[in-house]
Design a binder for this molecule. Sequence first.
Ligand SMILES: Cc1cc2nc3c(=O)[nH]c(=O)nc-3n(C[C@H](O)[C@H](O)[C@H](O)COP(=O)(O)O)c2cc1C
Length: 410
Amino acid sequence: MGRSIVATTFEDDRQRARQRLPRQLFEFIDGGSFGEETLAANRNDFARVHLRQRVLMDVGNAVLDTEIFGERFALPLGLSPVGLAGLMRRRGEAQAVRAATAAGVPFVLSTVSLCGIEEVAAAAARPFWFQLYFLRDRDYVAKMIGRAQQAGCTALVMTVDVPVNSPRHRDAQTGMGGVPSALARAKVVADFSRRWPWLRDVAVGGRPHIFGNLAAAIPDARGLADFRSFTRANWDNAIGWKDVAWVRDQWDGPLVIKGILDPQDAAAAVAAGANGIVVSNHGGRQLDGVASSISMLPAIANAVGGRAEIFLDGGVRNAIDVLRARALGAKACFVGRPWVLALAADGEAGVARMIERFRIEMISALGLMGLNDVADVGAEALAHVPPEWSRGEAAAAPPPARRVATIAGE
Ligand SMILES: Cc1cc2nc3c(=O)[nH]c(=O)nc-3n(C[C@H](O)[C@H](O)[C@H](O)COP(=O)(O)O)c2cc1C
């Protein structure tokens, strides 16, 4: 595809990002874990939820704003935490937070971002949320929570679905996370050296070698490899519900647990003091063979019973998906790949355009559903949902018909 592509859909942004990024980085974003079945299911299962088309309902005054934790946002949509986003564009997280906060949607900054909390706070037009990964060094974790509080973050998102790493075959193929041989290394270097626009933007002067939130823990780090070894050595696999209680004590504000895919865990999160949960399988990047996020939503909403806010991510690609999730019990959806691919494609403007696309789509879809206010999208907006979903049996459903290739370059 040529330069004249107008990025109006997720796929447009994806193709533009693919052209611009070194292959290693594109596949890191695009891929999932193991055989990528859950990655495909996240997407395919949305098509199993049918909305109702209602007519002659006096529409045309769409109201999209949504209150979350006492704050009004322009849309029931937010940007999920994505690690290493600053590798995709120069100071990428700062660019993305500018777009998100200007558009009035929540932005969640990853622990493993290139821009640190303070840099992102300086770029943001309004407060953002901070995502916490757990390290063995509790003092350092407490310090990061303190930095988020100091920077005015309005919610803390604790991600719990990465107790261990999962095999990502595309990353192994492209050398993301270490190259096995001199020949493989030469191939990676050759690919990077061809990506001139990316090199000029990120590699030259973009300080792509520092993880802003972890820099204080490893002051003499010389590059990403040092940060990687540090996180590998300090990752806390032994994390349990007692640690959620510890975080609850440290953080004075809304606490969101991200990576819930089971009704029992959802109930436990509420009992541990979470104010919100993100129904998520990490975008199909952790345990493969688990159910899609959308298929687990009805049973989880049932288990939570209105005691906490429910958010969803995984496979959300347009406003129709957001409305489907709202009708099944989510307050708002978050997107990961859509924003980071838009960022890679066109920087801040790309992220702004992606959010605007969701806004325009949502106005249109609401009207076609015979509604004016997104707050009115509930169970009665649905024509069909697979009946097994509400009983929490989604995991027992047959696997998706289409398997995604595990090897890059499909
Ligand atoms: C490249 C990439 C990096 C990610 N890094 C993080 C992270 O640092 N912390 C986290 O909680 N989730 C991370 N996630 C998961 C996202 O927050 C989110 O759950 C997922 O991308 C949603 O699925 P989607 O990409 O289909 O929208 C990452 C996802 C991607 C694609």
